[in-house]
Structure formats: structure tokens, C-alpha cells
Ligand binder design. Structure first.
Ligand code: GLU
Length: 291
């Protein structure tokens, strides 16, 4: 048996500057990887040009560097990896595990957006491509959230792999890239917990390994809103990393007194020994106060 060196990753979408929620995902994935003696990579998920903010990827990478969160390999950009996604899609289509879909959003509205079969007779010039999803219950054991399962046919339906506008879908790209980059440990926000069973199904269809998953508690503000929509979504200050790093450490359930002395890079290296993954809570203990 070969033992694989652990590899984690942080995979931001370049839709704006890094905010506290993204810092928690970056630091959490970094700590899990380093505590296991593994590598940590950064992948920019720039697959959706309309949602992308020019300069955001460079800004995110500069902020990570200012925080001492330096990847072990040059960052990967999904916009340059289309050939890999095309190959995976061709495999799925050839095996009958994917289908061309001509349905419109209106066609799907009646079923709550869940696709089980195409509406007969529809034709689009450029169809979407979907993964055929059977009526299975698929579960996995999350290192933080515990056992999670989903009725994929009923609750998810056939998953879009390539959109009708030609863009690659996140679900396909994340599965292909996690495997191609040898990721063994996926650590990310709990908003993606319910995407995981469909990603595992896709791994099975493509004959790819399933990594271990750990979904971090979601950052919410005092009103209980997800960070993205709130005041607390203000960018973290790259000129003054320590307060945000300490706050992210505490948010991950680690005792504030265990945060080591030193400048960000040095404190982080020392923090690896103090990090206890078992302390990471399933849900945030306290809301994040803006400002
Ligand atoms: N790009 C996704 C996001 O920013 C994260 C995807 C992942 O970690 O799997 O929410």
C-alpha cells in the first residue's frame, strides 16, 4: 500500500476581496493540511466570467501572502484547465452517464428546478450537459459535521456539468481538479456540505478517489445572515493581519490564549502545533460583529 502525502487546498472564486468568511476557510484548510504534515494549494475558481471582478484573484493572492498563507505550488486557475473538464465530460457522455439537456429554466420551475427527465421536443442551439443522477441515497462522514446524507434523485436531480452558455459548472471542475491535484483533504465552508454527495457520485462515475471532507462552521453576522450578504463581509485588512488571524483562530474553536506570539508568518507556523481539529465547532459559537 502506498501512503499518500496529505494535500489540502483553498479554492476562492474571484468575485471580490477576501472577507472574514474566506479567511476562515483559508486558515482552516491550511491548519488541517499543516497539522497532518501535508501540502496546501490555492486554486482560483474563475469559471464564471459574468460574476468575476477584474483584479480580484490577484488581490486575494496578495492578501493570502500578507497573512502568511503561502501555497506550496503556484496557484492553479480553473479558466486554463478546460481541456481536463472536456476530457471528463467526454468520458461521461461516452458511457451514458451524462446527457444533453435542452430544457429551459421555465421547464424546470414546476419541479422546483430539479431535473429528472428532459421535456420532450425542446431544442436549444447549445444544450447544457447534465450528469444522470439515479434514485440513490448517498452519505459520507464529515470530520466536523458528522454523518450527512442526501436522497440525490429526489433532492438534487440531474446535475449540470456544462451550462447552456458553454461555461463549465463548478461541480464538474471541483471534482476533476481535486483529483488532478491529488487533494486528499477538502476543508471548506459548510455552505458546500449539501454539494458533497453529488461530488462523490461524480467521483464514482469518473473512477476518481473520494477525499476526506471537513466542513467548517459558517460565518454569520449578528442577524444570523450568511456573511456574504452582511456588513461583516467587509474585506479583511491585509495591512494589519494579526487581529483577523486571531479572530479566525478563535472562530475555529481554538483557545485565544493558545495563539502564539510573533509576526503573522511565524505565529502561523507555531500555531500548527497548538491546533486541535477536535475543537472546531459544527456551528459558530458567536456571531461575528462587524467593524
Ligand atoms: N469556489 C468556492 C467558493 O468560493 C469553493 C469551492 C470549494 O471549496 O469546493 O465558495
Amino acid at each position: 500500500m502506498t501512503s499518500q502525502r496529505p494535500r489540502g487546498r483553498f479554492a476562492p472564486s474571484p468575485t471580490g476581496p477576501l472577507h472574514f468568511g474566506s479567511l476562515v476557510a483559508a486558515l482552516g484548510s491550511w491548519l488541517f493540511a499543516r497539522a497532518a504534515g501535508g501540502d496546501w494549494l490555492v486554486r482560483i475558481e474563475d469559471l464564471d466570467p459574468p460574476r468575476e471582478v477584474p483584479g480580484a484573484a490577484a488581490g486575494q493572492l496578495a492578501t493570502l501572502a500578507a497573512f502568511g498563507l503561502l501555497p506550496d505550488e503556484p496557484p492553479a486557475f480553473q479558466s486554463t484547465r478546460g481541456a481536463l473538464y472536456a476530457q471528463a465530460l467526454a468520458t461521461l457522455l461516452a458511457r451514458g452517464d451524462a446527457l444533453e439537456c435542452h430544457c429551459s429554466r421555465t421547464d424546470l420551475a414546476a419541479a422546483g428546478g430539479i431535473h429528472r427527465a428532459c421535456v420532450p421536443g425542446r431544442r436549444r442551439r447549445t444544450p447544457a450537459v447534465r450528469l444522470r443522477v439515479p434514485d440513490v441515497r448517498l452519505g459520507f462522514d464529515d470530520r466536523i459535521q458528522g454523518h450527512y446524507e442526501q436522497d440525490l434523485g429526489r433532492d438534487v436531480g440531474d446535475v449540470v456539468l456544462r451550462r447552456a452558455d458553454g461555461c463549465w459548472a463548478y461541480q464538474l471542475a471541483v471534482v476533476v481538479d481535486d483529483a488532478a491535484q491529488g487533494i486528499t483533504d477538502v476543508v471548506r465552508g459548510a455552505d458546500l456540505l449539501d454539494s458533497t454527495p453529488r461530488q462523490i457520485l461524480l467521483q464514482q462515475r469518473l473512477g476518481l478517489p473520494t477525499p476526506a471532507y471537513a466542513h467548517l462552521p459558517l460565518v454569520r453576522d449578528a442577524e444570523g445572515r450568511k456573511l456574504g450578504k452582511s456588513l461583516a463581509a467587509l474585506p479583511v485588512d491585509a495591512a494589519d493581519p494579526l487581529p483577523a488571524l486571531r479572530a479566525a483562530w478563535a472562530f475555529l474553536g481554538q483557545p485565544p490564549s493558545a495563539w502564539p506570539e510573533g509576526a503573522p508568518g511565524l505565529a502561523l507556523v507555531r500555531a500548527v502545533a497548538a491546533f486541535d481539529a477536535r475543537r472546531v465547532p459544527r456551528e459558530a459559537n458567536a456571531p461575528v460583529q462587524p467593524g
